[in-house]
Ligand binder design. Sequence first.
Ligand SMILES: *Cc1c(COP(=O)(O)O)cnc(C)c1O
Length: 319
Amino acid sequence: MTVPMVLPGTSALALHIETPLCPSLPLSTLLGVPVYLKLEALQPSGSFKNRGIGALARELVDGGARCLVSSSGGNAGLAVAYAGRRLGVQVHVVLPTTTPAMMHDRLRAEGAVVSRHGADWNAADVLARSLAQAAGAAYLPPFDHPTLWRGHATMMHEAVRQGPKPGMVVLSVGGGGLLCGVIEGLRAIGWGDVPVLAVETEGAASLHAALTAGTLVSLPRIDTVAVTLGARQVAAQALALSQAHAVHSHVVTDAAAIQACARFLDDHRLLVEPACGAALAPLYARAPVLRDVASVLVIVCGGSGVTGALLQEWLRAHA
Ligand SMILES: *Cc1c(COP(=O)(O)O)cnc(C)c1O
């Protein structure tokens, strides 16, 4: 077994960093109003997941857990591995066989034990849950848990200190954990009247389907390059908050998400996943929903499932 590398004196340290709120000159010029970027791509594991997963991992370890189990081959798994290493507990991640080797290597580098099982996430998840139960270990869900939302909400507690109240917050939606956390945070800081633009790609629009139907919907399949947004059904809390808060659902194509990644790379020298490009796409497209909005705060959620070569490949495939 890999021995997690524990940094000295870690227990008192936060499991995420405070991220900059950065004005974007290119996007502000394009839209004609101030655009601010909350740079979650700078978190230690590459996405905002460090916030909620860090909070949940700490809660579980404080409650006696000595081993954390995750089934995400993506950013949630990386965040669990990071939290486990910092807290000095073992992490086991079960990946479907389809997860690229790159993620396998990144998880190993964080000290996680990695095993492969099943052709898709659901199969890996079934094994992860039963492994956790058999070993007396703690299972961490990727988006549907109140502690995750409380952890994600910290980004808004920072934003209120860092900049002005925005006219709209723009973010992407997978299972809706980020959405729940941001709305919880907006309410907590007295910005409960700020509308949220909730963006999904066409092949993963589970929130859009639920809002249209007025009830939770399980999509028959996921078909998008933004794999991180591929939850077939959103958390019940994400639908409930979307109905209670001023949430505008917005759907973009894979091509628009990928092209937004490329433009954002040129504009800000930051490489993000298509899951994050989805949130940037309506800004680059100057979507009508942003007209008459006085200023915009974009959650640049990041993501580690991208390389320069992959982005080039996606751009060619969606030209
Ligand atoms: C997890 C993730 C999302 C979606 O978050 P949910 O809480 O599942 O809605 C979006 N972008 C990135 C980069 C992510 O890691």
